[in-house]
Each structure stands twice: as structure tokens, then as C-alpha cells.
Ligand binder design. Sequence first.
Ligand SMILES: Nc1ncnc2c1ncn2[C@@H]1O[C@H](COP(=O)(O)OP(=O)(O)OP(=O)(O)O)[C@@H](O)[C@H]1O
Length: 318
Amino acid sequence: MTHLIQVEQLYRYYGEHCAVNNVSFTLEKGEILGFLGPNGAGKSSTMQMICGNLAPTSGLILINGVDILDHPKEAKRELGYLPEVPPVYRDLTVDEFLEYCGKLHSLVGVKLKAAVAQAKERCGLIDVGGRLIGNLSKGYQQRVGIAQAILHNPAVIILDEPTVGLDPIQIREIRGLIRELGQDHGIILSTHILPEVQESCTRVQIIHQGQLVMNDSIDGLTQRMRASSLIMETRGAPDLERLRFVDGVQRIDDLGGGRYRIYHDKDKNPAERVTEIVVGQGAGLISISPERLSMEEIFIDITQHAVLTEPHPEESDL
Ligand SMILES: Nc1ncnc2c1ncn2[C@@H]1O[C@H](COP(=O)(O)OP(=O)(O)OP(=O)(O)O)[C@@H](O)[C@H]1O
């Protein structure tokens, strides 16, 4: 099966510094891959190499089966790219700009008109075709940026921080648009915004110091967020000694003010039995709920505890 993107053993050095270190991954149709990483992790370098704007030191990049180094023109036909700052001309109208972009993709005549009309429709731009881009809100300018990226109907769309600087309503609209586009294309979404990944993506990949340190589905990520502890709140004082013997319970911490943290085995949630006992004791159970790690906590945990490997020794001389 041909992957929409296949990256294998990708390296990029800037002098002695290895910015992208042995990165391999694939992207399939219908996937929205969140590409996360702290500043300087190597996201932009990886994106630029995939888009054919930066030469790798070594490695393989296939876009829909086409090698971007051997056949850049063909491979770029399959790619749509929205950089962090949308590449829009403020002095042109939306129609003029999209027609100009279409011509850059060698679209002419009826095909050009149809492509512009379709991109405008998909991005909700039908009513603003005659307006100057410079007069549009930032959210609409972002839509124009996405429209230029999908104009030639590429298999893969790469979006770099697409919601930065937008207000909450615009953010919701752009995320909705991304999810919609994800049904027919493969999308890579580079972002610092962790909730964006949960809301818009089907898979998440974390890059840290040039290396991929996590590659998981959103379901897998949700599992990681499920910590193995419960928070219990009671009006009275429960008999903690008794609770410590419940199957699966590892430890109970008294947090004060009638709140307790109950640590348990990952595969044995003792909530039901603990509830029965506390209610039986008449200790005034107010609530008991699983504790969840935030995505920030997972991100910090993964990037702090990542086991990194030395870069390719023979490449470091380049
Ligand atoms: N042209 C360059 N010359 C030298 N070093 C560079 C160059 N471009 C990037 N770097 C370095 O390579 C590393 C990765 O940078 P890159 O821009 O790919 O990271 P990033 O994850 O996109 O970061 P950010 O989110 O801050 O844009 C950083 O240490 C950066 O300083």
C-alpha cells in the first residue's frame, strides 16, 4: 500500500548540530497527524524537508509514493502547504489571489475557475470573493491561506500553527474546517497548542531535540491521560485502614479537608468497592472520580524522560 507520506531515517544537520535525528513515520488518507514539540525541537525543519523546501542531510521522503528529492515537481503536486504566516497578498481580492495561485499550479481556463470555486466553497469564502484580503479578519485571511493550500486538490495538506492569533470563534471554525478536510486528505498539523491536537487530530507525534519520542493515536493518548488514582471527598472520616485492603489499592494519601487520593493498580479500578465500603461506614461520601493527567503533564513527562540516542556518527562531520 502506498502511504500518503513516508519518511524514513531522516536527518538534518546545521553544521555540527543535528536538528532532525533519525525521524521515520507515515501518514495515511483520512489521518490528521498532530506534530507537537517544544521550541527548537525540529518541527519546522521536518516540515520544510517534507515540502521540498529544505534538503535533508540524509533520508527518504516519499509523497504519495513519489520521491521528493528525485521528482520534486511531481511530488509537490501532491502537497498543499500553509506556513505559519499565510502567504496572502493583501492588495489582491480573494478571487484574484486564488486565481493567481491556481496559475502557479498550471491551472487555466475552466479548470482554474472550477478549482477556485471549489476551494472557496470548502473554506467558506463564497461571499468574500470580491473583497481585498487586507480588509478581511485574521480568521478569513487564514481561510484564504488554507484555500490556496487545497486549490490543486493535493493528497497531503501541511498546516503550520493554523490557529495562532485567532479569536475563540475563529479557532473553532478553522478546527472544524481542518476536520472536514481530513476526511478526503491526509493532514499534518504542526502546533504548540496541546488541546488543538486532542480536538482536531486522529494521531499525535511528539518531536524532542530532533527525535520522535511519541507516536500514538488519540485513543492511546486518552489512555495515557487516565492516571491510576482516584480522588475521593467525604464529609466524615472513613476508615482508611479498611480501604487499604481493597483489591487493587496501593496507597491512600490524606490531602486534608476530607479529600483523599487513592493510588491503584493500572488494570484494577477499586472505585466500586471503595464506594460500597465508605457508604457502608456512613462516612458521607461526596464524590469519587478518576484523576486525569493533563496533556501538558504528559507532554512534560515524555519530553523530560525521553531516552535520546546519539546522532549518526558518520553524518556529524557534514
Ligand atoms: N538555518 C539554520 N541554521 C542553523 N540552525 C538552525 C537553522 N534552522 C534551525 N536551526 C536549529 O535547528 C533546531 C531545530 O529548529 P526548527 O526551527 O526546526 O525547530 P521548531 O521545532 O520548528 O521550533 P519552533 O517551534 O521554535 O519554530 C533549533 O535548534 C534551531 O536553532
